[in-house]
Ligand binder design. Structure first.
Ligand code: GLA
Length: 390
């Protein structure tokens, strides 16, 4: 059994980016820029319904070391890949001309240029602790770190509150993944020891105190390692059901169904599956608001039941969990977690469990045992006190 990985010294990943740059390009970078991975405390599949989310930054990060290069050329090395991605003005003239992981970088260049900004050619080296494909926003962290590097190198005036939309555009329009605004907002706007209460309609944010360490608590993040089963198509189909339900109800978005008006809205819908999708979104928005109220009152432990209720709603109404994920939630709760839920888009990815800090190892042991009993590949763990940040 391995316990949760503690973050290494903050310099580790930055030193790797620097060393990678020096090794590949034969000189030191002009600077380095970072963005964290995120977990979403609560508020799942609410962002594209104009609703509420409450993510926080994890002590895992992506670092980009970079320097300008002459002409409109971009060269990108990643420690995860043996060969660089290189592209020029043609590849960023229109979406889709670079594929694979390089598309996230080319997408940011494209989105900046499409918004009328001058982006200098650049050489980049990327190092990251954010696991890829685990639902902890490795894509958004890469977009945000690259965006920060290019903006600074080019002297572009782009305030932080306008960056999430641009990074989301890179992902939606260039890479072609129809995600909402949560991940890019989280990795750009979260602050240490706080969760980010984001209204996805207005993009207004409030930083809500979430000082786990001070409360003797930790969030145990369990990477289920479940293969993403049709995640892309399922995500898009959930999104389509929500859009269609809003249309049937004559509303701009499901955000416009208040919790008190849920029964009335459900009575207008005749398809059972659509009703369950709507019930998830409406009750989940209310759970975010209730969680924010408890955190404002300093009652972190009391949010546990809301987290667990959110999980039940994702499992039964939105139908986006998988057996590995449900097993991790049940085991964490059996080990004494205050609450546990899947975090992120679903169909695999991670579970988060709110635990007393001194119970985190015991909880991870219980999850590992439950996985073994089901013959699932052993999960990975990350521990967060939400106190560290790039
Ligand atoms: C993914 C997407 C987000 C959001 C979540 C579900 O992480 O990138 O925009 O929709 O799923 O809450």
């Amino acid at each position: 059994m391995t316990g949760p990985a503690r973050p290494g010294p903050a310099g580790d990943v930055a030193a790797r980016a620097d060393a990678g740059f020096l090794h590949r390009y034969g000189e030191p970078p002009a600077g380095r820029w970072a963005a964290p991975g995120r977990a979403n405390l609560i508020g799942e599949h609410t962002d594209y319904n104009d609703g509420f989310v409450l993510p926080f930054a994890l002590p895992l990060r992506t670092v980009v070391a970079a320097a300008p290069q002459d002409g409109l050329r971009w060269t990108v090395w990643s420690e995860l890949s043996d060969s660089p991605v290189e592209f020029g003005a043609d590849e960023v003239a229109a979406p889709g001309r670079v594929s694979g992981w390089g598309a996230y970088v080319a997408g940011v260049v494209w989105a900046l240029r499409d918004a009328g900004h001058d982006v200098p050619g650049a050489r980049l080296a990327i190092a990251s602790d954010v696991p890829v494909g685990s639902g902890l926003s490795s894509s958004a962290a890469l977009e945000a770190a690259v965006l920060a590097a290019l903006v600074d190198l080019g002297g572009v005036d782009l305030p932080a509150e306008r960056r999430p939309r641009l990074a989301q555009r890179a992902e939606n329009a260039y890479v072609g993944v129809p995600t909402g605004i949560m991940d890019q907002s989280a990795v750009i706007r979260c602050r240490p020891s706080h969760a980010l209460f984001l209204d996805c309609r207005t993009e207004s944010v409030e930083h809500i105190p979430f000082d786990l360490a001070a409360a003797g608590l930790a969030v145990l993040v369990v990477d289920s390692r479940a293969p993403h089963r049709h995640a892309g198509g399922e995500y898009a189909s959930r999104r389509a059901s929500c859009d269609q339900a809003a249309k049937l109800l004559g509303l701009a978005a499901l955000r416009d169904v208040p919790a008190a008006g849920l029964d009335e809205a459900l009575a207008l819908l005749h398809d059972d599956e659509t009703r369950r999708r709507v019930r998830h979104v409406v009750t989940e928005n209310q759970r975010v608001l209730d969680t924010v109220e408890l955190l404002r009152a300093g009652r972190i432990r009391d949010i546990g039941p809301l987290l667990t209720a959110s999980h039940a709603s994702m499992r039964d109404d939105f139908e986006i969990t998988v057996p590995e994920i449900d097993t991790a939630v049940e085991a964490a709760l059996a080990a004494g977690a205050y609450g546990a839920r899947m975090t992120g888009g679903g169909f695999g990815g991670c579970v988060l469990a709110l635990v007393d800090a001194d119970r985190a190892d015991a909880a991870s042991a219980t999850v590992t045992t439950a996985y073994a009993a089901h013959n699932f590949p052993a999960p990975n763990f990350h521990l967060s006190t939400a106190n560290t940040h790039p």
